[in-house]
Write a protein that binds this ligand. Structure first.
Ligand code: PMP
Length: 975
């Protein structure tokens, strides 16, 4: 383009020189509206928020000189049309001036004439106040862009045929004209290079792109949000029709993608897919339009970034512009590095289209020589997340020559721990393992190019990449199929033993990675399909089966009862755990802070070895005499105060509590049981009866049998009593309940409670509570039962058992969960006298409760707690996590309290610290965001609003930091 024909050369926009005071005068004169004015940020115009005495709110828009009245008329007409279209979001409505017109020409004291408009104000918070836009927000944003495009369909106005700076069709001219304003030479270079690529990609597509009138500015800045129930800012209003144009329809989507990229600088394609998922069902784009979308995104981002530089140069005092500029450059950098072909595949995926077919490969296929010659049939290597002989991030041991690593496999060997980012686990080639020095031959003819770790053969219509090769062929030479091109390098790529990584790249020259993150895997796999056919392997044998978490969930839903609930809306498929990490089948690792069952850590080798050994020897019912049962019971009893010396073995917490109640009832001859309101003790008949957790059964309190007597929940945060005498006040309720029973001639069989209120989110009981409650129930002839199913086994760090924290010794203690580190092991520990008295009922027998395998697991758990110092770790790391969470609580009002001790902690989320309204929806949404950031956490408590932090006791500081940082980031940036 010549200088003369570039309309953006020398085209500088200075904002109208009007301050709030003058604007108020103009407003009064033109519109007869009086009010207070506050200036709003704008690139090129001046906008003021107007608030009248009656509380009405408007925006006064003072147009820059030279914009022209027809353009403003077009905007007004579009606003009126879309506002009348009954869309699900709000739009500004132009207000008539005193003379009935919608645009008034007014003159400032300095003599400048400007067009004024007054439009309605849309209540809410702009989206750009956030640091993060969640997938539902991005989808809604894409949907908003689509709906406005639909509402503008067929709208036209003569003023729309203008060369607008923000029209993507003109981005090339804008960049060309404004490039000299680039804040650094590097920026200028990358801008011009990106723009040239975008223009080249758009040129052949342009004739087939539909033109329509579009808003062209559905961005974060122009979108007003309102909080949904979960506290997420959802798009609720759209402002600023200043960029309205007749241009490419696909630009409506591209603009929103480019804007929202700023909130996903490390994963703009994922954000784009979400925006597109909102847009495309309403406004389907053609294949050409989808292919043009990312070039438009880049063009738009380039034009925005360079305009920001220009504006900043013109108006160094405009802080709004300066701040936007850096953000605009960050977004440009993020979108410009993405190959167009990759983005197109992602957008096709969002549109529900098949990947682009590139039929180049079959043409090259003849009798293809193998890349490396090895004897025998290929051995398919399993490096997936379900391989049993590798650990996360670790290279496998010796790999036989001739082994084949699969294409499309999510490899555990590439899983990174303790990070909020996805790991690049999905392999885009086939790996052929062979000894170092083995000759490597070209399976196809082409030109050899030497690259960092091997060679690329530029074949006819595609590239074949061979990594892990020491090249012998010269750079940039033509070779025939079957020619020797190098030797297998001593060290294979990706930290694996020597191998050749064979990757087909169907777009010549495309810089494809060897492996990619799961969220981009489908798109990369479309560009780098299974190369088996090129290397003489039968199709599919060296392709990993696709991971289908959604399909599995579907099967689960069909075969399992709906009441058997699962975590998360769209749960990842988790087939592996290691220490305090869970790894999904795409190779994403999460820090697991929810699993109190896996006390020692997942897949602990001590438990595995003990169980495997025992399974090889004997597993039978507990009526036989075998050593491990006695050893386990002795080791367990040894951890309790002397009086608690007798053990009964069962399988689960429910069974342990059921048995504890039976003991109490048999021994005391009474039926009545006092339990704590809101507690959970199990699902069996009696334990369900004493469970009044509203989360598990909302009608629990109304439906209790007559023998159940719930007492006040001793919760000093949200319970009835909170002061220093809370322990006594809550114990008073126990006393009063017993007195009421006595009046009816009844005595309690037992009082049962968790000695740290786990089901409320880990609330430490008030001082003196259990001592007084136990004394009262004993005085009335009943027993004190401590449910340590969640709280025991050194979890509190400072104590072995939670009852120690209360300075009491119960008559009966129940344990399970951690007792077998996930194996079914439960126990009741009591006094010899109580156990003997129970014998009045005859014998007790639970077939596999106390089986050799269960006891082997149980014993291994106890030994490992000591050997690995897990109690000390629970104390140290627990205190560390608690301090981190408390610090977060000081910064974020959503955190009402941090409960607990050691590695039983709870972060209670409230909408208001005064009313303590549980932030239930927020808690669930926050858990979804935490999962994105690599942390598995879930809520609990009556209001399902307490994030429970009860990880395996091996949690270390590095992982603890990830948890703390992820929560801080979530609460700061939004969820
Ligand atoms: N008591 C408490 C305090 C519990 O948290 C649970 C389980 N959540 C149980 C008992 C029941 O244990 P199980 O699921 O092993 O039957």
């Amino acid at each position: 383009m010549t200088e003369a024909s570039n309309p953006f050369l020398g085209h500088e926009h200075r904002r109208p020189d009007v301050d709030a005071e003058e604007a108020a005068r103009l407003l009064r004169e033109a519109f007869g509206v009086e009010g207070s004015l506050r200036e709003l940020g704008s690139h090129q115009d001046r906008n003021f928020l107007v608030e009248t005495a009656a509380g009405e709110r408007y925006v006064l828009k003072v147009a820059r000189e030279g914009l022209g009245r027809p353009a403003l008329e077009a905007e007004n007409a579009a606003m009126l049309r879309t506002a009348a279209a009954g869309l699900a979001f709000e739009l500004p409505v132009p207000q008539p001036a005193r003379d009935g017109s919608l645009i008034v020409r007014a003159t400032t004291a300095a003599g400048a004439a400007h067009d004024l408009r007054l439009v309605t104000w849309i209540e809410g918070e702009p989206l750009d106040r956030l640091g993060y836009l969640a997938p539902p927000v991005l989808r809604a944003h894409g949907e908003m862009a689509a709906r406005i495009a639909l509402a503008l369909d067929g709208f036209d106005h003569p003023a729309l045929d203008r060369a607008l700076q923000w029209d993507v069709r003109h981005a090339g001219s804008v960049v060309e004209a404004l490039a000299p304003f680039a804040s650094t030479p590097e920026r200028r270079r990358s801008l011009e290079a990106a723009m040239a690529r975008a223009a080249a990609a758009l040129a052949p597509l342009a004739p087939r792109l539909r033109v329509a009138t579009i808003h062209q500015d559905v961005t974060d800045v122009n979108t007003v949000g309102r909080r949904d129930a979960a506290g997420r800012l959802m798009p609720a209003g759209l402002i600023d029709f200043g960029d309205l144009s007749r241009t490419w329809l696909a630009a409506e989507l591209a603009v929103t993608i480019a804007a929202d990229a700023f909130y996903a600088l490390d994963r703009p394609l994922q954000a784009a897919r979400d925006v597109a998922r909102g847009f495309l069902p309403l406004v389907p784009l053609t294949a050409d339009e989808l292919a043009a979308t990312w070039p438009m995104v880049v063009a738009r981002a380039a034009a925005v970034a360079i305009s920001g530089d220009q504006q900043a140069a013109l108006e160094p005092e405009n802080t709004y512009v300066a701040q936007c500029r850096d953000e605009e450059w960050a977004a440009f950098d993020a979108v410009a590095v993405i190959p167009f072909e990759l983005a197109t595949e992602v957008l096709r995926e969002a549109a529900g289209l098949e990947p682009t077919r590139r039929p180049v490969v079959s043409a090259a296929l003849g009798a293809t020589p193998p890349v490396v010659r090895t004897a025998g049939a290929p051995v398919i290597l399993d490096l997936s997340t379900t391989a049993t002989d590798v650990l996360p991030g670790a290279a496998p041991g010796a790999v036989p020559a001739g082994a084949v690593g699969r294409w499309g496999e999510s490899r555990l060997t590439d899983t990174l721990l303790d990070t909020s980012d996805e790991s690049a686990t999905v392999h885009l080639g086939i790996d052929l393992f062979a000894s170092a020095g083995t000759s490597v031959v070209a399976p196809v003819a082409g030109r050899v190019r030497r690259v960092a770790q091997g060679i690329v053969i530029e074949a006819d219509g595609f590239d074949l990449r061979l990594d892990g090769v020491d090249p012998t062929a010269d750079d940039d030479t033509a070779i025939e199929a079957g020619a020797a091109v190098g030797m297998v390098s001593r060290h294979g790529p990706d930290g694996l033993p020597a191998h050749v990584h064979v990757q087909l790249v169907t777009v010549p020259g495309l810089e494809a990675p060897r492996r990619t993150v799961p969220s981009q895997a489908a798109a990369w796999q479309a560009l780098c399909p299974d190369p088996s056919a090129l290397i003489g392997l039968a199709p599919g044998v060296a392709a990993a089966p696709p991971d289908d978490a959604a399909g599995l969930l579907d099967r689960r839903d069909r075969v399992l009862a709906g009441v058997q609930v699962h975590y998360f809306d769209a749960p990842p498929r988790i087939e592996r755990g290691w220490r305090h990490h869970l790894v999904d089948t795409r190779g994403r690792a999460y820090v697991d802070v929810v699993n109190n069952v896996a006390l020692l850590g997942h897949s602990h080798p001590a438990v595995e070895a003990a169980v495997a050994r025992q399974l090889r020897l004997l597993n039978t019912n507990s009526r036989f005499l075998y050593g491990v049962m006695v050893e386990f019971a002795e080791a367990l009893a040894a951890r309790f105060p002397d009086s608690l010396d007798t053990v009964l073995l069962v399988n689960t917490g429910s069974e342990a509590n059921e048995l504890a109640l039976r003991l109490a009832r048999t021994v005391t001859g009474s039926d009545d049981v006092l339990c704590v309101r809101g507690a959970y003790h199990g699902w069996t008949g009696a334990t369900d009866a004493i469970t009044t957790s509203p989360l598990d059964n909302p009608r629990a309190l109304e439906t209790r049998p007559a023998w159940v007597h719930p007492v006040e929940a001793p919760n000093t945060y949200r319970g009835r009593y909170r002061g220093p005498d809370a322990g006594t006040r809550y114990a008073d309720d126990v006393r009063a309940t017993i007195t009421r029973l006595a009046r009816r001639g009844r005595r309690p069989a037992a009082f049962i409670a968790e000695p740290l209120y786990g089901n409320a989110g880990g609330v430490v009981l008030p001082d003196g509570y259990l001592a007084q409650a136990y004394a009262s129930v004993r005085a009335a002839g009943g027993m004190a039962i401590a449910d340590e199913v969640q709280t025991g086994y050194a979890r509190l760090g400072h104590f072995q058992w939670a009852f120690e924290q209360q300075g009491v010794v119960p008559d009966v203690v129940t344990v399970a969960k951690a007792a077998g580190n996930g194996m079914a092991v439960g126990a009741v520990i009591t006094t010899r006298a109580i156990a003997d008295a129970f014998a009045a009922e005859g014998s007790f027998f639970s077939s596999v409760g106390g089986s050799p395998v269960a006891c082997a697991a149980g014993l291994a758990v106890l030994e490992t707690i000591d050997r690995e110092g897990l109690r000390e770790n629970a104390r140290e790391v627990g205190d560390y996590v608690r301090a981190g969470l408390e610090a977060i609580g000081l910064r974020h009002r959503l955190v009402g309290a941090v409960h607990g001790m050691g590695l039983y902690l709870g972060v209670e989320l409230v909408r208001d610290r005064e009313t303590q309204e549980p932030a239930e929806d927020e808690a669930l949404a926050i858990c979804e965001r935490m999962r994105e950031l690599g942390v598995i956490v879930q809520p609990t408590g009556d209001g399902n609003n307490v994030l429970k932090v009860k990880p395996p006791l091996c949690l270390d500081r590095r992982s603890a930091d990830l948890v703390i940082d992820a929560l801080e980031r979530t609460l700061t940036d939004g969820w």
